[in-house]
Design a protein around this ligand. Structure first.
Ligand SMILES: [Zn+2]
Length: 651
């Protein structure tokens, strides 16, 4: 069950004309407006085009009366019995109702009656004829009735079901996958439901645990068409609690500028974390009993096999997300809220407490940010613009995973993507789709390797090719061959700095003269957090240790170096967004000569600096003195020798 602390946040619009009618927030505002009902349960969401509430996210629940209190109120048990049963239930990991029935303190029907009161639905007594007549078994398949121990109520229109356990969200959610939406119209005891199914014969239903297992198995082997149906119905308009929870997790992550969502089952809970500006942040602990339903929902949305839990799987989700501005308000265009279809790459991995799932958000907007926003200083940008317009040669971008290499390359492609140029890419994975660019997804498992794709690509007479990553000698050789035969080649390598790219290629077995003649430039980059513009302040006493690390003299720092403070705009972190720091090595005759001679990294680096290369640290230094970021951030990301990044984390 989704629980969040009651919010004290004021309504976004103080005089919001929202009304609370019969448990629903009535909206008198234009589509897309943010809604808050401050009178009772606060709601947050975006209004759909017909004025209906879309993506409504309940932030708090009305407290329900406790089951024990209801039973005492009904005169079924005494307070002492409840207390005793509660202690036993806790000790044995069982539910209060189960203990009370087991100890003969009350009957199953008493629990069902109390549950019905607790959940404000009808109690159905299947031992009396009038209630039995309310049932129409023909409305859902018999196997579902037997498996899930539910009974459909007679009538037409929306399916109304009599259930026995409203708390078993897993089972109810699985049932929803099978039969679509239904209303929990009544509660009957499990004993009565099974005896009704078995034609009135006294029969005990299977124990609860086993039942949940059965229904799970059943939904796993559901046929293709029901998967399609369920997948289609996984729209955020649907009010299934699990789907709503998953939708809320995704929307919160996107709106919170997260780059990925981590759902990690632990012993007693599921940990939900977002990575924001490169740092993992714990968001909340979800209840353990939601685990199967949440994981199944995400896997179904991602189009992977939900029955397979033993091997890692990859999938994709496309999810509509309303665009919001920096104040969290929806963005309109022509009177309509702007909805972005955001892609998520989903990967599942079996872990000890269950499958761990990561959703990586592939943001189309981060491609559109433009080269200047990437973090280039004007002089570097001029050089970069010149290099990417050369007719041939190799342009490499290097850095560890998550350093923004792809974004830089895509930004370059976006500039070069004109009708007079043919551009082909070979990527693993294709992260963003471009109009007018032929993008090929590498699939090693069916033999579509980088090597195979590249060879066929070259027969298609492109002007520009992008190779996701140079992983081995074969790919490196093809890239060089392409560059030497009149193509401009973009690719990435995993090296820490620009000069190392040369030695890495030679180490792969590429002939030094080929490296020397084909490479045009190597760009190394890192992403560093940018100070929040609303709360950053001049640092009156910057830490001399960090200043020394980034090579800034204390007198130079005075009045220029800024520090992180923290405000609502940056969620108290003091940072908002990231920019790259760069090190761009342009090949010149001296560097080519050194490459040809198989010179080491330090010699290459010295030559590059003589040729005008600004190091990662040098670029970071400029950004510190401009007040864009802090010495701590640059020290952390420039990977200065002898520097322990954990010192920054400790601060
Ligand atoms: Zn701030």
């Amino acid at each position: 069950m989704l629980r969040r602390p009651h919010t004290t946040e004021p309504p976004a619009v103080p005089d919001a004309p929202d009304r609370h009618v019969g448990g629903q927030v009535q909206l008198l505002r234009p589509p897309g407006a943010k809604i808050w009902c401050s009178r009772c349960t606060p709601h947050r969401g975006v209004i759909g085009s017909e004025g209906s509430v879309r993506q409504e996210v309940p932030l708090a629940r009305k407290p329900r009366q406790k089951l024990g209190e209801i039973l005492v109120g009904l005169g079924v048990v005494t307070l002492a019995q409840v207390d005793e049963a509660f202690a036993a239930a806790r000790a044995r990991g069982m539910r209060l109702g189960e203990i009370l029935v087991e100890t003969n303190a009350c009957k199953e029907e008493d629990i069902a009656k109390a549950l019905a009161q607790q959940f404000s639905v009808d109690f159905i007594n299947l031992d009396v004829v009038s209630d039995m007549n309310k049932i129409d078994k023909a409305r859902i398949p018999a196997d579902l009735i037997k498996k899930f121990l539910v009974l459909p109520m007679a009538g037409s229109g929306k399916l109304r079901l009599v259930i026995h356990d409203p708390m078993d969200i897993d089972t109810l959610e699985m049932l929803r996958f099978r039969v679509g939406e239904f209303e929990q119209a009544g509660i009957a005891s499990k004993r009565q439901i099974s005896s009704y199914i078995n034609g009135g014969a006294k029969a005990e239903g299977p124990p609860r645990k086993q039942l949940a297992g059965d229904s799970m198995d059943k939904s796993i082997d559901m046929n293709k068409s029901s998967i399609d149906r369920s997948a289609k119905s996984l729209d955020i308009d649907d009010d299934g609690p699990i789907r709503r929870l998953v939708a809320r997790i995704i929307l919160d992550a996107v709106n919170g500028r997260a780059s990925d969502i981590h759902i990690e089952p632990a012993e007693g809970h599921i940990m939900l974390r977002y990575r924001i500006d490169g740092v993992c942040v714990e968001i909340e602990k979800l209840q353990k009993n939601l685990q199967n339903a949440v994981l199944s929902t995400i896997k179904l949305m991602a189009g992977v096999n939900i029955a397979e839990r033993r091997i890692p799987q990859d999938g994709r989700i496309k999810f509509p997300v309303p665009e919001i501005d920096h104040m969290g308000e929806p963005v309109y265009k022509d009177g309509q809220p702007v909805i972005n279809q955001i892609d998520f790459r989903v990967s599942t991995c079996p872990a000890f407490y269950g499958e761990s799932v990561v959703l990586r958000i592939l943001r189309p907007d981060s491609v559109r940010i433009g080269l200047l926003n990437l973090g280039f200083e004007q002089d570097s940008l001029d050089v970069f613009n010149k290099i990417i317009r050369r007719p041939n040669g190799i342009f490499l971008v290097t850095g560890p995973t998550g350093s923004g290499k792809t974004t830089t390359l895509y930004s370059a492609l976006a500039i070069l993507n004109t009708p007079d140029r043919k551009i082909i890419t070979a990527e693993d994975p294709v992260e963003y789709n471009f109009n007018g660019i032929n993008q090929v997804q590498i699939r090693e498992q069916i033999g579509l390797s980088f090597g195979v794709v590249l060879k066929s690509m070259l027969r298609q007479a492109p002007n520009i090719i992008l190779i996701g990553e140079i992983r081995d000698r074969e790919v490196a050789d093809i890239a060089i061959q392409a560059a030497l035969t009149g193509h401009l080649v973009f690719s990435t390598l995993h090296t820490n700095d620009a000069p190392s790219a040369i030695t890495r290629l030679v180490d792969m077995g590429v002939k030094p003269f080929l490296v020397a003649s084909s490479i045009q430039a190597v760009l190394a980059q890192r992403l560093g957090r940018v100070l929040c513009p609303l709360c950053k302040m001049i640092d009156d006493a910057p830490d001399p240790k960090f200043l020394k690390l980034v090579d800034i003299a204390p007198e130079e720092a005075m009045g220029k170096v800024m520090k992180a403070v923290g405000c609502p705009n940056c969620k108290g972190t003091g940072y908002r967004g990231r920019k790259a720091i760069f090190e761009m090595m342009i090949m010149n005759s001296e560097i080519r000569e050194l490459a040809f001679q198989r010179a080491g990294v330090s010699k290459l680096r010295a030559a590059a600096v003589r040729g005008g290369m600004r190091s990662l640290l040098g670029d970071g230094r400029i950004k510190i003195l401009k007040g864009v970021t802090t010495p701590d951030e640059v020290a952390k990301y420039a990977q200065i020798e002898g520097f322990d990044p954990s010192e920054v984390t400790k601060r």
